[in-house]
Design a protein around this ligand. Structure first.
Ligand code: MGD
Ligand code: MGD
Ligand code: SF4
Ligand code: MO
Length: 683
């Protein structure tokens, strides 16, 4: 038995060190790599049996061509040559008749390896295809942070061990950042308090010392309430502010007076006394640490919310203390020059399509998208406004190619499906966005069946399209080597040799990195003259009609829609809707009955769970489920909106309201299967 070192490839901040046990060319089990400085030998339950994903009987093993109507799931196997030829022929026709912008690539987070994640960029730049704005995840959050902190290096998570007051703010850590728990526990052992701020009692919140429950989208006002109290009670660090912060005077003069605890209670639903307690605990802590999640930024005021929260550590000078500060994603990816893979010099100015608006984009009749190439993503499940997305994918005249490992909701609508490798079957280099640990993953086994990696298919398609460039003659391992050689701009030398060997390597950070502010002024920019408004202030998220806020949180059994292939994980307890007992009583619902949540965009069928984990006036469901795992024919994104965030053109998944009715009640069809027949086929 050989033990091969690799990395978990999924879109999870932890990027665990993974050991694959290989026996006669087969991976028989996996385990966590105990030498990994952040994940320290533990895997989450999904990955503890990664071999069940790799060798799943559901793996797609040959290219497939559609034989039935779109979405019917009827396909026949074809050879790679035929599949590539079909695609090239259709694309040549589209390029000639309509130009490259009629083709759109769509991808996101199937794999975080820098080679496979970016593998297709060069090809689509060369084709002059429309460009996808990849903003679905954390664009608003990054925008908000950048307004205040610019390119300041982000915090190292292990520092939290030295904090005496940790706030898990809008993060479902036990699902989405499990390995941070070790640092939190370490801090607790040393006496730290751990509070959680969320809109409902997540599993994470249930284990914190305290949960503060906010009204969805209102956290910016809570941050201002805390700042109001800190200033009033003399708990700010004036010396730090004087040395390192710009715009505090304007904030305290023009904005803070309004945010009295009583006013903040009105806006956020957090009792005034609790706002006071939070401010006192934060202001009196020696080294308060905020771990900021992404959920709270997925609103039409999401970037502003993050901007306001980022003012907190500045006001108390948390940055100057070991263990103090604010952590969101790390800056790890910037250590590498990813243009060695993305080939940015081939980029031309082309039409940009925002991925959160893929539904409307596929239905637009002016200069329609005529071919969609989906890889490493499952938009029919994970993009907002599912009915629009599916209506778009149902267009008979849309030529859709999906490069996938499994028959996902999206793959069902493909004309051609290409079978993809898993991370154990291809080479890559992985960074982490929840720590500073990076690692290499060499292919551990031969590709299953006829599966091919993203890089391989990008090169195959380039050839089929007659693009002959030395760039496409490189192997994926050549690209990994080039990435390892590309770290010269990182401020601390990177141990390339250890990386080459496959060891997990933790990137070093300069000694004073937390006090070296990467903003144009060199200071923390509470006032940022390039923004409107220059001084941040709360504004409410957009209001929708409907009786309930709808929060769609994460489930530890799936990662976005990945792992739905695993029957043992996802066979039961999908599409559960939490509702407060008062609301259930008012509507005459009983626990366990089937209910429909609906709004103007669509509806989805759930099993009701009556629980006081949610607030009155709010319903919650966890997890993104393939439609075949759902009791109805839609999943949660039938309810969410394509509307973009205030800044950063990000998603607003949590900015949703719904009504709820008993399942057997019939209501006139609401947006379900919005038709695509506005688009006329011309081929
Ligand atoms: N098991 C599992 N792990 C995952 C994922 C997964 O789907 N499953 N997804 C991966 C990906 S792609 C990402 S981006 C990360 C995301 O991981 P997180 O940063 O944890 O983000 P979310 O889970 O989207 O949201 C976190 C929390 O924000 C809360 N929230 C929503 N609105 C508000 C609000 O207005 N205020 C406050 N205070 N809280 C709010 C939600 O209730 C939720 O509990 O996780 C990654 N890891
Ligand atoms: N309602 C709601 N919707 C959400 C969210 C939410 O919180 N609420 N979260 C959003 C967020 S944060 C994100 S990041 C997105 C993510 O959404 P997606 O990018 O769609 O992520 P996944 O659902 O994990 O789908 C990834 C697919 O890539 C495939 N894959 C894996 N490795 C490879 C590979 O090497 N090559 C190829 N070709 N395919 C591969 C997998 O089989 C899988 O089907 O979802 C968003 N959707
Ligand atoms: S999904 Fe996340 S927690 Fe699970 S093994 Fe992968 S990186 Fe680790
Ligand atoms: Mo994400």
């Amino acid at each position: 038995m050989e033990i091969c070192k690799t990395v978990c490839p999924y879109d999870c901040p932890d990027a665990c060190g993974l050991l694959a046990y290989r026996d006669k060319g087969v991976v028989v089990k996996v385990a966590g790599n105990p030498e990994h400085p952040f994940t320290r030998g533990m895997l989450c339950p999904k990955m503890a049996h990664y071999e069940r994903t790799v060798y799943s009987p559901r793996r797609l093993l040959t290219p497939l061509r559609r034989t039935g109507p779109k979405g019917s799931g009827q396909f026949e196997p074809v050879s790679w040559d035929e599949a590539l030829q079909d695609i090239a022929e259709r694309w040549r026709y589209i390029l000639d008749a309509y130009g490259g912008e009629a083709i759109l690539p769509y991808s996101f987070s199937g794999t975080m390896g820098m080679v496979q994640h970016n593998a297709y960029h060069g090809l689509f730049y060369r084709l002059g295809a429309s460009e996808l704005e990849r903003t679905i995840c954390s664009a608003a959050k990054n925008y908000g942070w950048n307004c205040v902190m610019g390119r300041t290096l982000r915090m190292r998570p292990q520092e939290a061990q030295h904090s005496d007051f940790i706030i898990l703010w809008g993060i479902s850590m036990l699902s989405t950042n499990l390995h941070f728990l070790k640092d939190v526990r370490e801090a607790k052992k040393r006496g730290a308090q751990v509070w959680c701020i969320d809109t409902y009692a997540t599993e994470t919140a249930r284990r914190a010392d305290r949960l503060i429950q906010t009204r969805p989208g209102s956290d910016g006002a809570l941050a201002l309430g805390v700042l109001h109290c800190l200033r009033r009670d003399g708990l700010c660090d004036e010396a730090f502010i004087h040395a390192y912060v710009q715009g505090w005077t304007e904030l305290q003069k023009d904005v803070l007076p309004k945010y009295t605890p009583a006013y903040v209670q009105e806006v956020t639903g957090v009792p005034a006394a609790v706002v006071e307690e939070l401010a006192a605990a934060y202001g009196r802590a020696r080294a308060p640490f905020i771990r900021l999640g992404t959920g709270l930024s997925r609103y039409t005021n999401g970037a502003m919310t993050v901007r306001l929260i980022a003012c907190l550590p500045a006001a108390v000078g948390a940055w100057q203390h070991t263990g103090g500060g604010l952590m969101m994603s790390t800056s790890c990816s910037t250590a590498f020059d990813q243009s060695v893979v993305t080939k940015d010099e081939w980029k031309k100015p082309v039409r940009r399509v925002n991925m959160c608006e893929i539904g409307s984009a596929l239905l637009q009749t002016e200069e329609p998208i005529r071919s969609l190439f989906v890889y490493s993503s499952n938009p029919a499940c994970t993009a907002p406004d599912q009915n629009q997305v599916i209506a778009g994918l149902s267009r008979e005249d849309l030529f859709t190619v999906v490069h996938e490992r499994f028959m996902t909701d999206t793959a069902r609508y493909a004309d051609i499906i290409l079978p993809a490798t898993t991370s154990l079957e291809h080479d890559d280099l992985y960074y982490s966005y929840g720590s500073y640990v990076v690692g290499r993953g060499k292919a551990v086994i031969e590709p299953l069946g006829q599966c091919r990696s993203n890089w391989r298919v990008a090169c195959d398609l380039a050839k089929a399209m007659g693009i002959d460039d030395p760039f496409f003659h490189q192997s994926e391992d050549d690209l990994v080597e080039a990435l390892i050689d590309s770290t010269s701009s990182w401020p601390v030398p990177v141990d390339g040799e250890a990386l080459r060997r496959g060891d997990p390597v933790e990137l070093g950070l300069p000694k004073q990195y937390k006090l070296t502010f990467g903003t144009p002024s060199g200071k923390i920019e509470i006032r940022n003259g390039r923004e409107t408004p220059a001084v941040p202030d709360y504004f409410p998220a957009c209001e929708e009609d409907g009786d309930y806020y709808f929060t769609n949180g994460t489930d530890p059994r799936v990662l976005d829609s990945s792992f739905n292939e695993r029957d043992e994980l996802t066979r039961s307890r999908t599409m559960v809707l939490f509702m407060h007992p008062d609301d259930a009583a008012r509507q005459g619902f009983s626990d366990g009955e089937k209910v429909v949540a609906w709004n103007t965009r669509g509806e989805a069928l759930f099993t009701l769970q009556i629980t006081d984990r949610t607030a009155p006036g709010q319903v919650v469901s966890e997890g993104l489920w393939w439609i075949e795992r759902c009791p109805g024919d839609r999943s949660v994104n039938a309810l969410t909106s394509q509307r973009l965030s205030d800044k950063g053109r990000g998603s607003t998944f949590y900015n949703v309201r719904v009504n709820v009715r008993k399942a057997e009640q019939v209501v006139p069809s609401l947006g379900q299967h919005k038709t695509a027949d506005k688009i006329t086929s011309d081929k």
